[in-house]
Design a protein around this ligand. Structure first.
Ligand SMILES: C[S@@+](CC[C@H](N)C(=O)[O-])C[C@H]1O[C@@H](n2cnc3c(N)ncnc32)[C@H](O)[C@@H]1O
Length: 294
């Protein structure tokens, strides 16, 4: 039997597919719609429609996975301005994932130029055409981000899409975000689906301002945000609600730390737990009771 992981597509509510990771115990996307998530929480949240009017746009796709965030970004930019030159750098640990994602059934929702890009990125980790320069840097993003940062890369939009902080704490730490923030252009935006207070406080600690991704019209009763957007200028952002601001003053806001950027996840979780236990901040359960959050 092969030790190669097999990626079985799972249907999400908008008709697009995602994968489930046995290793991390999570699906790669929201079950409400993988494709919809890529457009709403990544392409729209970083204003790509407006940015398409620039001569060129630079994107950093942290945790490339099936490449949906890259694909939604390209679709958004090129529908508005087919001549927009796009430079994309993706970071990914597992080459089997982008490869499994170019099966015809998974590609069929994307336009032909975007399908060509996804195929080439998945197989050769490179794609260059007169309007696209894409590179997939393979390896632990904690290391590849350092090389990218030293190269002086400055992204207009950064997509931050690791598995959740409890499952993959190494990609939500203050130290990792410090390198990420150095790859963000002065007027750029970073977006993530996470609305976790620990993630938000780590973004603040590295000098970014944070805002919320407001809820869409349809949402579950316990939801209060679709994620977080960060930038160097607060006026570019949707302000946090009072409830979200108070969340940042609870123990849930203790950030994850990884001083040497190579600690195993378990150690990062234990360090985080210890810091929470010693924290004088309000307990998160009393914040939950006050705001009626499940
Ligand atoms: C939630 S999925 C990303 C989904 C992706 N953005 C998409 O649209 O399909 C998380 C991804 O992070 C990758 N990953 C996990 N640990 C990593 C690490 N240390 N460095 C880089 N990538 C990592 C996984 O292989 C997986 O593809």
């Amino acid at each position: 039997m092969s030790s190669f992981p097999s990626w079985t597509p799972q249907l999400t509510d908008d008709g697009s597919f995602t994968f489930f990771s046995e290793e991390f115990g999570e699906t790669f996307h929201s079950r409400y719609g993988a494709r919809q998530e890529a457009f709403q929480k990544f392409a729209q949240a970083t204003d790509l429609k407006q940015r398409s009017q620039q001569k060129s746009v630079k994107l950093l796709d942290v945790c490339y996975g099936l490449g949906y965030n890259t694909a939604a970004a390209l679709e958004t930019l090129w529908v508005e301005n087919p001549g927009c030159f796009v430079e994309i750098v993706g970071l990914e640990l597992d080459a089997t994932i982008p490869r499994a994602a170019i099966a015809p059934d998974l590609l069929k929702g994307w336009s032909n130029p975007v399908q060509d890009a996804l195929r080439s990125i998945a197989t050769t980790h490179r794609y260059t055409t007169p309007r696209l320069d894409a590179t997939l840097l393979m390896g632990d993003a904690r290391q590849t981000i350092q090389h990218l940062c030293h190269s002086g890369f400055q992204a207009d939009a950064i997509f931050l899409d690791p598995f959740s902080p409890r499952r993959c704490p190494q990609l939500w730490t203050v130290e990792f975000f410090r390198f990420i923030s150095r790859c963000l252009a002065p007027m750029g935006k970073l977006t993530t689906y996470s609305r976790s207070a620990s993630v938000r406080s780590a973004l603040l600690e590295v000098g970014l301002c944070i805002g919320t991704i407001p809820l869409g019209e349809v949402h579950l009763p316990h939801e209060w945000s679709q994620g977080t957007v960060a930038a160097f200028h607060s006026e570019l952002l949707h302000p946090l609600s009072q409830m979200e601001q108070e969340h940042l003053r609870t123990r849930a806001a203790v950030p994850y730390r990884d001083p040497t950027l190579c600690d195993p996840p378990q150690l990062i979780l234990e360090r985080h737990q210890k810091e929470q236990n010693h924290s004088c901040l309000e307990s998160t359960s009393s914040w939950r009771r006050r705001w009626g959050v499940r």
